[in-house]
Design a protein around this ligand. Structure first.
Ligand code: PMP
Length: 284
């Protein structure tokens, strides 16, 4: 597989980043993941807007245009013959030469790495059968709106959820669901209202979340942006999660309690189909 690192396309075994890179030493970096369908990038503009926001919030430079970044995405897709999967992009504050808490002078330059991963997105077991989730305390930092590479806690939460017999974690703060380990959390109330937490520094502003909100409007489904409790979700008609690589994935159980009839929800599956159709149409 060919990867992109610091201006070059190289074989993955030849790709190298300094041990002094702040991404490695301080998790001082941000990332984006775009899904790829029929060799085209889904929601590229949305992901690049969020990348620019993440870097701005961290006083990190981003000396590439969207066009230049799209070109790298396309070149990697082409070189790796990728038809379905994802492109991962990571930008770190780079290598200042010494380990130091101070941000280095801007002229050090960031480190940009991109790679592709083949993944079956359209036909996935989880997309068809749904997932079980288990709650975990949200012990991440308080700027979850920035998409940083500090993913140790979400990774631990997912492992704990798996140890509890589930597939993934929903993180909870003050009794309210924040989001999944790597997705946004949704429920459908018995009176037919879709509920997903409002944007704030408590959650990541999901690009798929925004796309699904737009689709819900077209389908005349009501959406309420507000926090919901674990108890409310357990009694919901349906629950599901959204993310770039899982699209819309039904949640069939929460902490061992079946959601609805314990089968993938009708509305979730309808949103999944509509999201896939729209993404295929709009991919570039
Ligand atoms: N929340 C978290 C914590 C995530 O890691 C992700 C996936 N990167 C999402 C939500 C979903 O965001 P998106 O729809 O942009 O993939």
């Amino acid at each position: 597989r060919t990867v992109y690192v610091d201006g070059s396309y190289v074989a993955e075994q030849d790709a190298k980043v300094s041990v002094f890179d702040r991404g490695f030493l301080f998790a001082d970096g941000v990332y984006e993941v775009c899904s790829v369908l029929e060799s085209k990038v889904v929601d590229f503009d949305g992901h690049m807007r969020r990348l620019r926001r993440s870097t701005a919030e961290l006083d990190m430079g981003l000396p590439w245009t969207d066009e230049a970044l799209l070109e790298i995405h396309r070149e990697l897709i082409r070189r790796n013959d990728l038809t379905e999967g994802l492109v991962y992009l990571q930008l770190t504050r780079g290598n200042p030469g010494d380990r130091d808490f101070d941000f280095p002078a801007a002229d050090t330059g960031p480190t940009l790495v991109l790679f592709t991963q083949t993944k079956s997105l359209l036909e996935s077991r989880t997309g068809r059968d749904g997932i079980r989730v288990a709650t975990q305390p949200d012990w991440r930092w308080m700027r979850r709106d920035i998409k940083t590479v500090q993913l140790l806690y979400p990774s631990m939460a997912k492992m704990a959820a798996k140890a509890a017999g589930a597939d993934d974690a929903w993180m909870v703060e003050d009794g309210l669901v924040t989001e999944g380990a790597s997705n946004n959390a949704w429920m459908l109330s018995h009176d037919g209202v879709l509920v997903t937490r409002e944007l704030s520094s408590a959650i990541l502003p999901g690009i798929t979340r925004a796309a699904v909100m737009a689709i819900a409007e077209v389908l005349s489904l009501r959406v309420e942006e507000r926090a919901f409790s674990v108890e409310e979700a357990k009694q919901a008609k349906e629950c599901f999660v959204t993310s770039a690589t899982s699209f819309v994935t039904p949640v069939i159980a929460l902490d061992g309690v079946p959601i609805g009839d314990g089968m993938p929800g009708e509305v979730a599956m309808k949103l999944r189909a509509a999201y896939i159709e729209e993404s295929r149409r709009r991919a570039i």
